[in-house]
Design a protein around this ligand. Structure first.
Ligand code: SF4
Ligand code: SF4
Length: 308
């Protein structure tokens, strides 16, 4: 049995580090997803990093459910509440082609891990017709075996690296092993893609990525020290010049944040600037910063089944 076929067994789901072992046709595991694909939106998306969104947009498919279920998730309606519409792999493959035809610079799989075998079937159906890169946009909480198994499917990895501290990842995402898992996964992503590679298109103001890794980190209110520990780890442990970072300031409290009083505010300019300064001091200068006033809801598109 190959690693991929082992991981594809939804009768005994081991797709993510939770390894729930449930039969997804009958029960649900931590992610609350059944055995079929569900998504809440498939459309051109303009709010990713400039090398992903370009001028025409990224072809983003927002999948329902999530293997992390962070308490501060801006996509709460789909990640926690599983809102969306069921899709067959055939239908998903048609959506990939339609997004390509609409001018998408890439196919952006947003939070896909819980449906991986079915998404790979959809990609196989259009293997010779899809000419744009495939982006894997995830929370970073991935089994290294899964990353390895996606070598021939994924061109660009867009993982989060959320927490260094075990207590934080347990409290906010129910995953005490987050850093232990995500640090290995991110390194494997970088080893697989090699140094970031870009191309220029006439109508685009900035180069477009066609291969590589962008590590995203969202600075959380009151937790800049954890951000600094992550930056130090990146500088010491990841191959220099082989990846980009994207430091996000867009944290916005949601109603669920009231259960976590320390998260019930936006980050301050000082917190974000301290993280940015440290990244630059450590030589982590390949990447993207966000305007501090970017904490706006436009980053969350309407999950109204558009494009499905
Ligand atoms: S994908 Fe869902 S059911 Fe499968 S192991 Fe992960 S959380 Fe559990
Ligand atoms: S990993 Fe991302 S999509 Fe999933 S719950 Fe956390 S913030 Fe939301």
């Amino acid at each position: 049995m190959t690693v991929l076929s082992e991981l594809s067994d939804l009768q005994n789901c081991q797709l993510c580090p939770r390894k729930c072992g449930v039969n997804r046709s009958v029960n649900v595991g931590f992610c609350r997803c059944s055995a079929g694909i569900r998504a809440a939106r498939a459309a051109l998306h303009h709010w990713e990093e400039p090398c992903i969104s370009g001028s025409r947009g990224s072809g983003a498919i927002f999948f329902s459910g999530c293997t992390l279920c962070c308490c501060f998730c801006q996509n709460h309606a789909i990640s926690h509440e599983y809102a969306g519409k069921d899709l067959s792999p055939r239908r998903l493959s048609d959506i990939f082609l339609r997004l390509q035809q609409e001018g998408a610079h890439n196919i952006n799989l947003v939070t896909p891990t819980q449906y991986l075998p079915l998404i790979l079937s959809a990609l196989d159906l259009v293997r010779h017709r899809l000419q744009i890169p495939v982006v894997y946009n995830c929370g970073g909480y991935e089994r290294k075996e899964v990353v390895l198994a996606l070598k021939d499917y994924v061109d660009i990895w867009l993982p989060d690296l959320k927490y260094y501290d075990t207590d934080l990842s347990r409290r906010y995402s129910g995953a005490a092993d987050y850093f232990a898992v995500a640090s290995k996964a991110v390194l494997q992503m970088i080893l697989q893609t090699g140094a970031p590679h870009f191309h220029i298109e006439e109508d685009c103001p900035s180069p477009l990525m066609d291969r590589g890794v962008i590590i995203r980190h969202l600075v959380l209110p009151g937790h800049k020290e954890d951000s600094l520990l992550l930056l130090h780890w990146m500088a010491e442990s990841l191959p220099k010049g082989q990846y980009y970072i994207s430091l996000l300031s867009q944290y916005t409290p949601i109603c669920q944040s009231s259960q976590y009083p320390e998260l019930n505010r936006r980050i301050t300019s000082y917190e974000y600037q301290k993280v940015v300064d440290t990244a630059l001091e450590l030589g982590l200068d390949q990447g993207f910063l966000q305007q501090k006033n970017s904490a706006k809801e436009e980053y969350t598109p309407p999950f109204d089944l558009t494009g499905l």
